[in-house]
Design a binder for this molecule. Structure first.
Ligand code: ZN
Ligand code: ZN
Length: 295
């Protein structure tokens, strides 16, 4: 089982544990805030399942219907998480609005606080693991889930701070101000996820440093060829698709030209793991002056 898949499974289990803790917290108190926090957690169980489904689909090898692979499936899960992050931001703002206007929040026993705080800690630790692992594995779905959990941790924190402030009072204006700051941060992370997904779905070119790595690999491993041009690359989740034209002496044997291609491919696979490379070989009269890679 790949690491991403096993992390996605653990995520579902953790979402269930957190949901159970929040139900206990809501049940022990009459707090509407804690109740709505628990309801929000149900959504997390579903998004954890959606992330697992997306990762399982993405992990399938290319087939007849999807000859370029299924990696983009992860972007859909990430977009769904981005939308929910946006919703969380507005929930925090409306929560802040209510606590600001109605500060008589009542009986919240210590056990309920404790259960809610414990749920927040479990979520907080797990969201950091998800974001770190998601980045390392280039799994957009895992990273998105991590940011979504982060937005939940922040909103739970907002709920607790709101209740505390309601109990203590006096610093009422600090509470909504904090909520606005938290909501803005969360909206920003949601927008970043949305952007990553849109760029991936639109086959946007990879960052300049990846293009530079490719150009250097061609220049250094292409001995025997004359130049390369029409380099194009795109990202699909963890996969990088690379293609270019390689100009060789028209009299060079197919065997020799193919050896040059293999050498460049081997180097690219080391420098950019998970790359899929197509090289189109051309004779010298096809050489181009503009933007070519000299070898
Ligand atoms: Zn060409
Ligand atoms: Zn070959």
């Amino acid at each position: 089982m790949s690491t991403a898949i096993s992390i996605a499974w653990k995520s579902i289990i953790i979402a269930l544990v957190v949901l159970a803790l929040k139900i206990v917290a809501a049940w022990l108190s009459d707090s509407v805030a804690l109740y709505s926090d628990a309801v929000e957690s149900i959504v997390n169980v579903f998004t954890a399942i959606a992330a697992l489904a997306a990762i399982l689909i993405a992990a399938r090898p290319p087939d007849e219907n999807h000859p370029y692979g299924h990696e983009k499936a992860e972007y859909f899960a990430a977009m769904a998480e981005a939308v929910l992050i946006g919703a969380a931001a507005f929930a925090i703002l409306s929560q802040a609005w209510f606590t600001y206007h109605d500060r008589q929040m009542l009986n919240v026993p210590a056990e309920a606080f404790a259960a809610n705080i414990l749920a927040g800690i479990v979520n907080g630790v797990w969201c950091l693991i998800l974001i770190r692992k998601g980045r390392a594995l280039r799994s957009t779905a895992l990273e998105a889930e991590g940011w979504h959990l982060f937005s939940d941790v922040m909103s739970s924190l907002g709920v607790l701070v709101g209740i505390m402030a309601a109990k203590i009072t006096g610093i009422a204006i600090l509470d909504p101000l904090l909520a606005v700051f938290v909501a803005a941060n969360i909206l920003w992370s949601g927008w970043q996820l949305m952007k990553t997904s849109i760029l991936g779905l639109m086959d946007t070119a990879p960052d300049d440093d990846i293009i530079d790595t490719i150009r250097t690999a061609i220049a250094e491993e292409g001995n025997g060829a004359l130049e390369a041009h029409d380099l194009r690359a795109r990202l699909s989740g963890p996969v990088t698709f690379i293609e270019f034209h390689l100009v060789v002496d028209g009299q060079l044997s197919v065997n020799k030209a193919h050896n040059i291609c293999d050498r460049i491919e081997d180097r690219l696979l080391v420098e950019i793991p998970n790359s899929r490379i197509i090289i189109h070989v051309e004779p010298e009269y096809k050489a181009e002056e503009h933007n070519s890679i000299s070898i």
